[in-house]
Write a protein that binds this ligand. Structure first.
Ligand code: ZN
Length: 203
């Protein structure tokens, strides 16, 4: 892995991304804990939109948690002191388009930046600032969930609710991880249902 061998104080950007339930946050926490073991000074941030469990902790689905600071704008991360060697970012997809520039500035200062986030939204489209961040990162790791239909590797967060809002926070009652095939099949079924409802409305 790129940065685990990066023992000198050398700035870099690492991205850990995948669908929901893929273990992104667990991987972020694993890397941050190893930095803590190495006595490095770390700071952890998350967007304040995400307060599902707690306002002050990065919490993963298996409840391993690590304290983080909720912030509204990614630019607030630039205020970290010179003692900070590692910056962790959870739910990075909810930050604005300035995220890549902020991470770039931190890395250029010598900070190791580790960002975890969704790579695509529930429609399978690249999510917010993540594509730009992936492009400038030294290291990108895609992690996968397990498809609940076939047991294959899942890279889609399929939304079970009908809401069209981009950001609907929730857990297994709202999203299910699906592989490409099962996701396409589910979307095709939904389109068909929508179509037959429309026909019904016309009568
Ligand atoms: Zn599947």
């Amino acid at each position: 892995m790129y940065a685990e061998n990066n023992t000198k104080k050398r700035g870099c950007i690492e991205v850990v991304c995948g669908s929901m339930f893929s273990g992104k946050t667990e991987e972020l926490i694993r890397r941050l804990r190893r930095a803590q073991f190495a006595n490095q000074v770390i700071a952890i941030f998350k967007p304040s939109v995400d307060n599902r469990y707690s306002d002050v902790e990065v919490v993963s689905h298996d409840s391993h948690s690590i304290t983080s600071k909720p912030i509204k704008d990614a630019a607030e991360m630039l205020k970290v002191g010179p003692e900070v060697q590692v910056v962790g970012i959870d739910e990075a997809q909810f930050f604005g388009e300035n995220l890549a520039a902020v991470c770039q500035a931190l890395a250029n200062r010598g900070v190791r930046v580790i960002a975890a986030g969704l790579d695509t939204d529930y429609l399978g489209k690249p999510f917010g600032p993540i594509p730009a961040l992936m492009a400038i990162a030294e290291d990108v790791q895609k992690v996968h969930a397990i498809c609940v239909k076939c047991g294959g590797l899942a890279n889609h967060s399929h939304r079970l609710s009908k809401s069209r809002k981009l950001v609907v926070l929730g857990e297994k009652d709202i999203y299910e991880p699906l592989c490409r095939e099962c996701y396409n099949a589910a979307r095709a079924r939904e389109e068909q249902e929508k179509h037959s409802l429309r026909l019904f409305d016309d009568q």
